[in-house]
Write a protein that binds this ligand. Structure first.
Ligand SMILES: [Zn+2]
Length: 427
């Protein structure tokens, strides 16, 4: 007798993450040159979604308007797969009503169709290196990486000289190559003449609706920051083509791009508790927020989702930390500011903030509330005690280096708010 095991996969809805629409800059007189940038249409292409996200965190737009969606397939980005419900970029020609991506596709289409949107860039990471001639198994006409892609030579629309604009972008990237192998080429997929797969794509939907659209590919053979470096050169070229002006707060080279991708991430939980994610411990215990907390992150690629009895904090494809909540927490709003003495300076601060200390800190006593410094062992209220780093147990820091500590304030057992103290070496 053969025993058959039936497995039921209970797919919970932890990945109900919608992409975010972010607007920067302003229209110049009338809105007719807005640029729309997409990243992350496939969840496993971090070069594209990190580049798009950097437009939001490290660029300032001084002329013209851009709309950036850095996290199109946000659930797939967080789940680290190509497409949780299949490839989003093959659903633009036709989609069934019952497809889980139906609403996502409708939202993307309505963005593309906004009258002000005149130029669209979709960022991808592709295999190997495209070349119109066969060079090697990694660099040949069947590869996609490092190419500027158009569906046809031109369309009858603003910025409709697609080939010319994409060629200029390719040329501007080729002036800044890190290696000869990385050279960019124009790839015209001639979609309407029979590229069946590309007929279903976002860019083809856009050009058939009279919107200039380009795809930019970086090679999956490159580390993420080098892919993002090439994407950013391409993006800047397309932005300039549409007359958009901007500044950025880092130099456009691979080292600086890596640094800004890895800049610390700030996440506030219910505006009471701050997560500072830089070299964070893999798990953080007794986080004093309610189970249905809201959060706000400093970039659009960070999400928190429930996983069994904990919550995972993820930045794009990268795991950050796992949170275990202090169960049954209640809140108090007794105070909304805290008075501290840090290195002999008196400060007054909101909760969910981080403060550098070079020597010591002390929280001034609060009527009706008590202070709990995580990693310091005293009975009762810990306000009024001057704390130095060597008085704290390193294993309680939130970072692996043992520098950053939680200072929490309670009214009886009700949580009011917390701050972080970041001990630094002497200036
Ligand atoms: Zn792709």
């Amino acid at each position: 007798m053969v025993k058959i095991f039936l497995y039921f996969f209970m797919l919970s809805n932890i990945f109900a993450l919608d992409f975010t629409i972010n607007t920067r800059g302003e229209c110049d007189k009338n809105c007719d040159n807005t640029v729309l940038v997409f990243g992350g249409i496939q969840g496993d292409e971090p070069g594209g979604f990190h580049a798009a996200s950097l437009l939001l965190t490290n660029y300032t737009f001084t002329k013209g308007k851009v709309i950036v969606v850095p996290n199109l397939a946000f659930d797939s980005i967080i789940a680290r797969n190509r497409g949780t419900n299949g490839d989003l970029n093959r659903k633009f020609a036709a989609i069934k009503d019952n497809d889980p991506d139906f609403n996502t596709i409708q939202r993307i289409k309505s963005l593309i169709l906004l009258p002000e949107v005149k130029l669209i860039v979709n960022l991808h990471d592709g295999s190997g290196y495209f070349s119109p001639k066969y060079i090697s198994k990694d660099k040949n006409p069947n590869r996609w990486g490092n190419s500027c892609i158009i569906d046809q030579k031109n369309i009858n629309a603003k910025y409709g000289n697609l080939e010319e604009i994409a060629s200029n972008t390719c040329a501007s990237i080729n002036e800044r190559l890190l290696h000869k192998l990385h050279s960019y080429h124009l790839k015209n997929t001639n979609t309407k003449d029979g590229d069946e797969e590309m007929l279903k794509s976002l860019t083809y939907f856009a050009i058939t609706n009279k919107k200039a659209a380009f795809a930019n590919e970086a090679s999956k053979d490159l580390p993420t920051h080098e892919r993002a470096y090439y994407h950013l050169i391409a993006l800047e070229s397309y932005l300039k083509a549409a007359g958009i002006e901007f500044t950025r707060d880092f130099d456009l080279n691979p080292y600086s791009v890596k640094k800004v991708i890895e800049q610390p991430i700030y996440v506030t939980l219910d505006n009471r508790f701050l997560l500072f994610l830089k070299n964070s411990r893999n798990r953080l215990n007794y986080i004093p927020v309610k189970k249905d907390f809201n959060y706000q992150a400093s970039n659009e690629l960070t999400a928190i989702y429930k996983d069994k009895n904990s919550f995972i904090v993820q930045y794009g494809n990268r795991f950050q930390t796992r949170l275990y909540l202090d169960n049954k927490i209640e809140y108090s709003n007794l105070i909304n500011k805290l008075n501290l003495n840090i290195d002999k300076q008196i400060i007054n601060t909101n909760f969910a903030t981080i403060h550098d200390a070079y020597d010591s800190f002390m929280v001034y006593p609060i009527n009706g509330a008590r202070v709990n410094i995580i990693g310091y062992n005293a009975k009762g209220d810990e306000a009024g005690i001057l704390i130095k780093k060597n008085m704290l147990q390193k294993s309680f820091s939130v970072d692996k280096n043992g520098n950053i500590y939680r200072v929490e304030v309670y009214e009886n057992d009700k949580f009011i708010g917390a701050i972080l103290i970041n001990f630094k070496d002497k200036k």
